[in-house]
Design a binder for this molecule. Structure first.
Ligand SMILES: NC(=O)c1ccc[n+]([C@@H]2O[C@H](COP(=O)([O-])OP(=O)(O)OC[C@H]3O[C@@H](n4cnc5c(N)ncnc54)[C@H](OP(=O)(O)O)[C@@H]3O)[C@@H](O)[C@H]2O)c1
Length: 260
């Protein structure tokens, strides 16, 4: 496989990590299809890639679009060597309010989106000359509970389970890797108004992902220091959650005292 030109599909390739991955692979001479909902963003990324990057409009949350997208993919390539399921969205909950529609939207893009992507990709993955590789971009947020992240973290934990489980049901056909990034500077994290430890630039994250998935490990967690802290948190989960309850309590007291 080394030296081969790979045929790659990256969902959510119009911005952030997906666009950085597309540019990274295109610069190495591979053929990349990027998809998303915003045709203009996809076109902008494709332009100037010397034809290495091709745009495809696909809303991963649209169950009915899988079949037409599969057909559209087959017009762009004969097979897929590498599928990177990267499309995703993040919405924070406003506890104590539990907005079912918000949870469903996030699950639609981050979890069901992967299922729809797989349905569209499977015929072309089956045509790969070598064992194809399916990568799910999940999140370190899926490892343990964070305040306001019940919808996002839950969707990413479910997505990671899905990608790992593919090893059992599709293990004769393909390899899978779950990638759990920490904080990466992208349009998604622009909305965050809290400290983001070990924040990494998207280009650096893309180069790291491409390097670390090459050997097809089961899981890639990065950055390592944040991952180590969260693994410890999992090990001592009762302490982790008590710590957050304390800070939520003190925040509540401060709010009461200030009358807000
Ligand atoms: N940034 C971080 O700190 C971080 C950390 C951990 C994991 N991640 C994950 O990394 C992935 C990429 O995120 P990012 O940080 O690069 O943010 P981003 O720039 O907002 O990228 C997300 C991409 O997903 C696409 N997308 C969202 N919903 C979609 C849908 N229903 N159908 C098709 N495409 C959809 C968006 O394109 P359109 O709007 O054009 O559809 C966008 O290009 C996400 O899965 C995210 O959860 C990010």
């Amino acid at each position: 496989m080394a030296g081969d030109v790979l045929s790659i599909w990256i969902t959510g390739g119009g911005s952030g990590i997906g666009a950085a991955l597309a540019r990274h692979y295109a610069a190495q001479g591979h053929r990349v299809i990027i998809s998303g909902r915003n045709a203009q963003k996809l076109q902008e990324i494709s332009e100037g890639s010397d034809g290495h990057i091709q745009p495809l409009v696909f809303d991963v949350s649209d169950d009915d679009a899988s079949t037409t997208t599969s057909q559209a993919l087959q017009e762009l390539t004969t097979h897929l060597d590498l599928l990177i399921m990267n499309a995703g969205s993040c919405e924070y909950i406003r506890a104590p309010e539990l907005d079912t529609a918000l949870f469903r939207r996030v699950m639609d893009s981050n979890y069901f989106g992967m299922i729809n992507t797989l349905r569209a990709a499977l015929p072309l993955l089956r045509e790969a000359p070598h064992r194809p590789h399916v990568v799910g971009i999940c999140s370190l947020a899926g490892l343990i509970g964070f305040p306001r992240a019940a919808a996002y973290g839950g969707s990413k934990a479910a997505a990671a389970y899905l990608v790992h489980a593919l090893r059992t049901d599709f293990g004769d056909l393909l390899d899978t890797t779950v990638v759990n990034p920490g904080f990466i500077r992208t349009p998604m994290t622009e909305q965050n108004r809290f400290p983001m430890p070990f924040l990494m630039e998207a280009d650096k994250a893309a180069a790291l992902i491409a390097r670390r998935i090459r050997r097809r490990p089961m899981t890639v967690n990065f950055p390592r220091r944040l991952s180590a802290i969260l693994q410890l948190g999992r090990l001592f989960a009762p302490i982790w959650y008590r710590m957050y309850m304390r800070s939520a309590d003190s925040l509540g007291r401060k709010k009461k005292a200030s009358g807000k």
